[in-house]
Design a protein around this ligand. Structure first.
Ligand code: ADP
Ligand code: MG
Length: 252
């Protein structure tokens, strides 16, 4: 099977005022792969992810050079940012449960996009909660508050909420930091299951997680892409000594 490039950055540099957060990143993410991004803190991982749904645009002093394409479209040209964010879903480190019921949390996006029919919304709730491995734990209390769930459950609810608007790319920014091992395992299972359907980028400060889940892994350091390769290669015979140092825990 020939896999197509879904997301391509060319010579992408990002500045926040005088701080350069990304340095000349040229990287392609293939359709239906999971790309892991690892690297110590402040290496530009979140900035890179946030470039793909234009979440940096409003930060003070944001400036970018180079291009970010999704398929053929340069997403920094005249495009509908709302439509972009529907296509490119994001799961953040801290789960954000809205102060409403579980049902309302999951249907928030679809309702905003005009879906009103109860039967259709019911369907979306069941499908996405099943996909996020949360359905069995909450099916009898869909009308209780989302904020009452445990952190790990809230993160899976946040994932269901992302799925509910039918994205085709999902970005995860340290989605399991601070979660219990069972929720972490369920989220990793979900990501693997999603491979047939979505293109995914997983930023993680847990190198073992990247090793478990990603098809390819990119190592970022101080705003630079040091190397990107098949996950197995990155973790067994990386080309760059700095990658080796990081994965073997010599710094980070
Ligand atoms: P990581 O996710 O790898 O920890 P980030 O992408 O968050 O790294 O940050 C990369 C660099 O950009 C850091 O030096 C950080 O301080 C800086 N940075 C990120 N976001 C902003 C912002 N909104 N304003 C100013 N500097 C920022
Ligand atoms: Mg970050």
């Amino acid at each position: 099977m020939v896999s197509m490039d879904k997301i391509t950055t060319k010579n992408l540099s990002v500045y926040f005022k005088e701080v350069q957060a990304l340095k000349d990143i040229t990287l392609s993410i293939k359709e239906n792969e999971i790309l892991g991004i690892i690297g110590p803190s402040s290496s530009g991982k979140s900035t890179f992810l946030r470039c793909i749904n234009r979440l940096n645009d409003k930060n003070t002093g944001f400036k970018k050079e180079g291009t970010v394409n999704i398929e053929e479209t340069d997403i920094y040209q005249n495009i509908d940012v709302e439509a972009l964010r529907k296509k490119v879903g994001m799961v953040f480190a801290l789960p954000v449960a809205l102060p409403m019921t579980i049902y309302e949390n999951v249907t928030y996006g679809p309702r905003r996009h005009g879906i009103k029919e109860k039967s259709r919304l019911d369907e979306i709730v069941e499908k996405t909660l099943r996909d996020a491995y949360l359905w069995d734990e909450v099916k009898d209390r869909l009308n209780s508050s989302g904020t009452d769930l445990s952190g790990g459950q809230q993160q899976r609810m946040a994932l269901a909420r992302t799925l509910a608007v039918e994205p085709d790319i999902i970005l995860y920014d340290e989605p399991c930091s601070g979660l219990d091992p069972i929720s972490t395992a369920k989220i990793e299972e979900a990501m693997k299951k999603f491979k047939s359907q979505y293109t995914q980028i997983l930023v993680t400060n847990n190198t073992k997680q990247a090793a478990r889940v990603s098809d390819r892994t990119a190592f970022f350091l101080m705003g630079e892409l040091i190397e990107v390769d098949d996950t197995h290669k990155i973790f067994t015979r990386p080309k760059d000594e700095r990658t080796n140092g990081y994965i073997s825990g010599r710094f980070g």
